[in-house]
Design a protein around this ligand. Sequence first.
Ligand code: GLN
Length: 496
Amino acid sequence: MPLADLTLTELRDALRRGETTSVAATQAMLNRIVAHDNTLQSYLCVTDEMALEQAAAADTRRAAGDDSPLLGVPLAVKDILCLAGAPTTAGSKILEGFIPPYNAYAVDRLLAAGAVILGKTNTDEFAMGSSTENSAYVTTRNPWDTGRVPGGSSGGSAAAVAAGLAYGALGTDTGGSVRQPASFCGLVGIRPTYGRVSRWGVVAFASSLDQVGAFGRSAADTAALLGVIAGHDPRDSTSLDAPVPDYEAALTGDIRGLRVGVPREYFVEGMEPDVAAAVRAAIEQLAALGAEIIDVSLPHTRYGLPVYYLIAPAEASANLARYDGTRFGPRAAGTDMIDTVRQTRALFGPEVKRRIMLGTYALSAGYYDEYYGRALKVRSLIREDFRAAFEQVDVLAAPTSPTTAFKIGERTDDPLSMYLADVFTLPLNLSACCGLSVPCGFDGAGLPIGLQLIGDTLQEARILNVAHAYEQTQPWHRRRPVIKEEETTDFTDYAD
Ligand code: GLN
């Protein structure tokens, strides 16, 4: 099997057995980036020299007996997490040229585990979007069909892993930005419980919703990554001080007797029939593996989208106030201070400006209680829905997104249709639960479909095991896209 076709855990085991080296695996990834990323545009910055140095160091460490969990494994990082010494743009012109002096906690954990960092991947500007088309730099393409989006906002990470341009990657999920692109690209993507992974060094979007997640080709890959990045970090006051289980050891594949709830509100009109059929078939497969399927209701689901689009922009408007040209990124040459700030902030793209305006309005005097305050109250009702459901069942199973990957440009003029891509993922972010997407089939056009598995607070091991059990009998995750080379018009040489 070509080196690039191995999963992360298979590569790790091959490295352990001395069958290959980190330098060989890293070079294989870098070669594929050169061959395919002009088309896919999944990376904003390739840290090739640093990666090869890390790979050589990993091989030396291995020869000296080191067996760190990700020693020598080449990975990608969404360009919203800080990597010391490399540009971190959050997909925005307002951070162009910003080079952080420190690593995000999750990045530090990867490096401490011996991983090789190949580069930073494209993202919607400040992670606001569902297609990666809101990036101020490039439009990432879906490796399964380069005329389509990879999902978003962590679309660069998803496309890179799906195309074999990295063995795994980090993303962030504020409303669905790991699970939805995982679903569109045929990967396993996990959004851990809020607080499971520190937000230290992650460019803030909506602080009560943001969470770092991971993409792998299999449940085992994703479990291996989560085991490394999870943990308590005193520098993030919302970081949970709870022991980190051995997620890989929890993958027994045994789900007999597990109670799987199917929320009826997650099967709606307007869903693509192929998606509904594949998800239903996957749930039947869980029953065949010995799970008990139970119909449940999450009655406040329909408020998820409006509540999210009040809370997320409100928090974003506060977080993004810091970009005024004083401390980070470029500064426009204005006539006075106000003019400088105004001109600098004009560097934000249209979606970010829309969110700042919506959020500022929702927080303004006289409207605060009416909008933000009320959204917080409904958020508690949504949390309560999940809490009540988990008194009855062990996990929830539902579609990740109502559709498969849509065409580039198809939704850019209609923000609401873009927001709807996350209608099944964002209620979870308003709750205290965790969730993942696992490949569960393909539609008639050959595009991947994702099954969403939702677990109660800190039940990551359980949902990973359900995904693993499913994969053992339905190995959709083994399929690889054939990347069709296409002329792209928007390639920039930013990565150089
Ligand atoms: N698509 C949602 C948004 O635009 C979620 C994004 C995310 O999870 N970062 O806000």
